[in-house]
Design a protein around this ligand. Structure first.
Ligand SMILES: NC(=O)c1ccc[n+]([C@@H]2O[C@H](COP(=O)([O-])OP(=O)(O)OC[C@H]3O[C@@H](n4cnc5c(N)ncnc54)[C@H](O)[C@@H]3O)[C@@H](O)[C@H]2O)c1
Length: 487
């Protein structure tokens, strides 16, 4: 089948590469010329494990091509995916300008019957808006008889395991209009996704509005589980209970299950924060309050400061002369995505209190520069105190505490002796509960986790509130220098 995928980001590029892998002829379109040039030259604009290999294989085989020019990509296409960004506008609602613009561009190119697939996460009613915008363009061109169908096929892949998720989906949700065109679209979409349904049929057919809402409901449910556990963790701290034991205790209930029950320093990324806000806005426009989802969002905002609350508890509010190592910048492991990453809140709050910060992330450091500088309003004073290390242990030199923000595998089993030797004070604030508090205590490390009986943690070593000499050299250029160099 000849397919066009518009948007070459985390979703569009994965969709294009995976459909090419299934033997389809795919053109991936993006309006970002640099991105397209990089892809044409064999580069990767994003980090996603395994994606480079699938892209290279299909590009070399001639099944996957890249273009910044939609009209040529649309020639003979049977199915067009819209996979462009839907970032939040000021009030949290999804910004549909990119989706609608692409819809109008597609309409201008339609010749034969074409299925237009909304893969971007969009509020209920968007498929109808896309269809109306397309119909207006087609009518203005005097081609009223041009047939097409707009279907909703929300994407459920997870960054970090996107290829696996796309190739082995739990389910494929497709909303089709109850019209003759919708019937034709269903037949084409069935053929397109047939390879995924050989073992058993994973496709769940429904009406368009239900498909659009399913995506938001799924993300809101997952976000709610996380906020619920974070709220429970904060209570556990005060009660002297361990949230990890509670997690195992409730996860064993088959009605609850083990997934998505980890307490931590809040959810981030490009989906949960924006999709929960958009859902709240959608309801508000109808005069409804999404009270559970709104609470989920509020708990998450507060939880992003959990690590800094521990810092303030240990060191006080003024952090001048203190140095903090930060392990992990990406919003979760196996991605370089910095959108709404909890690390951004922790770093900005430490810098605003006068601290030095030395950060390390295995893949997201380059992607982190611009968002971190933006969070700090490009303030040179703060940026001068933010450094990046080439190695996780280098980040620890003369640190007064280590904050673990992202649970990358490479942080799971550090050499605690080396860590203690390098740090000025052996204190770990574990935002993902990846360490065993007892083991750390045996290593002479002061441990703070999320909901792990922190009030009862024995602290033999005094916290050096006075270690403010800012001694020790930081071997890496501060972020402000990096920005100046790359400007
Ligand atoms: N990232 C995820 O994990 C994920 C998962 C499921 C669903 N989604 C949804 O999928 C959509 C895309 O998300 P993403 O993470 O891939 O975004 P992204 O920002 O990584 O990629 C979007 C791409 O669209 C391109 N684009 C924007 N406007 C365009 C236009 N007019 N013409 C051509 N290209 C255009 C951008 O240049 C960019 O490359 C969003 O609605 C998101 O909510 C994302």
């Amino acid at each position: 089948m000849k397919i066009t995928v518009v948007g070459a980001g985390y979703v569009g590029l994965v969709t294009a590469a995976c459909l090419a892998e299934l033997g389809h002829q795919v053109t991936n379109v993006d309006h970002d010329d640099d991105r397209i040039r990089a892809l044409q030259a064999g580069g990767m604009p994003i980090f996603e494990p395994g994606l480079d290999v699938v892209v290279a294989r299909n590009h070399a085989a001639g099944r996957l091509s890249f273009s910044a020019w939609l009209p040529s990509a649309m020639r003979d296409t049977q199915v067009v995916f819209i996979a462009v960004g839907t970032p939040p506008v000021e009030d949290g609602a999804a910004d549909l300008q990119h989706v609608l613009k692409v819809a109008r561009q597609i309409a201008g190119q339609l010749r034969d019957f074409t299925v237009v697939v909304n893969k971007s996460t969009v509020p209920v009613g968007t498929a109808a808006r896309v269809e109306a915008e397309m119909r207006a363009v087609i009518t203005s061109q005097g081609r009223e008889r041009q047939a097409f169908a707009v279907v909703s096929n929300p994407e459920f892949l997870k960054e970090g395991s996107a290829i696996e998720d796309f190739m082995r989906p739990d389910r494929i949700v497709i909303g089709v209009p109850q019209t003759p065109e919708g019937g034709r679209a269903r037949e084409i979409m069935s053929r397109l996704y047939a390879p995924f349904n050989r073992h058993h049929d994973r496709t769940i057919w429904m009406d368009v509005a239900s498909a659009e809402l399913t995506k938001y409901a799924a993300n809101a449910m997952l976000a709610t589980r996380i906020s619920f556990m974070n709220e429970m963790a904060n209570l556990a701290d005060q009660l002297g209970a361990d949230i990890d034991a509670v997690r195992r205790g409730i996860g064993a209930d088959s009605r609850i299950g083990h997934g998505f029950l980890y307490a931590g320093t809040g959810y981030g990324g490009s989906c949960f924060p924006k999709d929960t806000r958009a859902l709240i806005q959608t309801a508000a426009r109808l005069g409804l309050a999404m009270q559970v989802v709104a609470a989920t969002e509020r708990v998450n905002m507060a939880q992003k400061s959990a690590l800094v609350r521990h810092v303030v508890d240990l060191f006080g509010n003024a952090l001048e002369g203190l140095r903090f190592a930060v392990w992990g910048l990406a919003f979760k492991p196996n991605t370089d995505d910095m959108r709404d990453a909890p690390s951004r809140v922790a770093i900005a709050e430490l810098l605003k209190r006068g601290a030095q910060v030395v950060a390390y992330d295995p893949v997201a450091m380059r992607a982190a520069h611009a968002p971190l500088a933006g969070d700090l309003d490009q303030a040179t004073d703060s940026l001068n105190r933010l450094h990046f290390a080439d190695d996780p242990y280098d980040a620890l030199n003369d640190a007064d505490a280590l904050l673990v923000v992202t649970e990358w595998k490479c942080f799971q089993n550090p050499d605690f002796d080396a860590l203690v030797r390098r740090m000025r004070q052996p204190i770990i604030i574990d935002g993902r509960n990846i360490y065993d508090p007892a083991q750390l205590y045996d290593n002479g490390i002061v441990y703070r986790g999320i909901g792990r009986r922190n009030r009862l943690t024995r602290t033999d070593r005094p916290i050096a509130h006075t270690a403010r000499s800012a001694a020790g050299t930081v071997p890496h250029a501060p972020l402000s220098a990096g920005i100046a160099a790359s400007a």
